[in-house]
Design a protein around this ligand. Sequence first.
Ligand SMILES: Nc1ncnc2c1ncn2[C@@H]1O[C@H](COP(=O)(O)OP(=O)(O)O)[C@@H](O)[C@H]1O
Ligand SMILES: [Mg+2]
Length: 287
Amino acid sequence: MEFDSPQAVMDALTAADYLPDERIAQVVFLADRLDKPVLVEGPAGVGKTELAKAVAAITGRSLIRLQCYEGLDDAKALYEWNYKKQLLRIQSDVDHDWDSISHDIFSEEFLLTRPLLEAIRSPEPVVLLIDEVDRVEVETEALLLEILSDFQVSIPELGTMHAITQPMVFLTSNNTRELSEALKRRCLFLHIDYPDAKREKEILSARVPGLSDHLANQVAKVARSIRGLDLKKAPSVSETIDWARTLLALSVEDVDEVVLGDTLHVLLKYQTDIEKTAKEFTSSAQA
Ligand SMILES: Nc1ncnc2c1ncn2[C@@H]1O[C@H](COP(=O)(O)OP(=O)(O)O)[C@@H](O)[C@H]1O
Ligand SMILES: [Mg+2]
């Protein structure tokens, strides 16, 4: 067990410059206690990936990351046979004793472990991050299920590879599609949304050295109100961090309408959103 209480998780993450809310701390605590994977869902740039990294940092575990993408298969996720090495072994065998060769080349020595297998075969417990799981096809999710429920992998030529150590597992999803019920059932569910202005201010202060309290407050509040507009893509935490850095670089001490209009492209990535926001803020300033 890594943590005594949700509060202990909260304190450790905060000390590592990851500012959690109470739900995040509670779910991380439970994941460790119940030995359950966590499915972290929410919009882009709210700290889903960063949470897994921060948990690795505070537990002193290494992070093993499986980045998901369309077309990900078991050879990239689980294991692959080392064909080159197998071939060399076959070529070097002068007796042509095929029975013994085939027994040999399908042993662990000839196995290339990929992130999922590596995570459960690690002698030291790790944090396993299965990032952006919504990017793989729903059929590919099946690859993950055995690991997530039984912490084992079946290899036809070798049998079942059991976990040597139990990883803490985080899966993230940006919700581009529904995940299967089977996958969800195996996980604790954690929704991370945009932080409230107070927490975002704390995140900014932690992540942007040299930022004044006043500016951190303003940035958090402006970001909050921009997210209230009906935009194609609301600014994420990573974008408010970039914006705060921008203001710092430009020696801005106070955000006014002119500064905002001049730097909105750091916060927003669609011209229509930029125009809409600029208009909204000028008209509210005039009103
Ligand atoms: N709670 C938080 N505490 C500290 N930094 C955060 C937090 N949430 C987001 N961030 C910052 O936002 C950036 C983007 O977060 P990331 O985890 O990459 O987002 P995503 O949800 O898309 O995986 C991080 O690199 C980090 O700097
Ligand atoms: Mg991410």
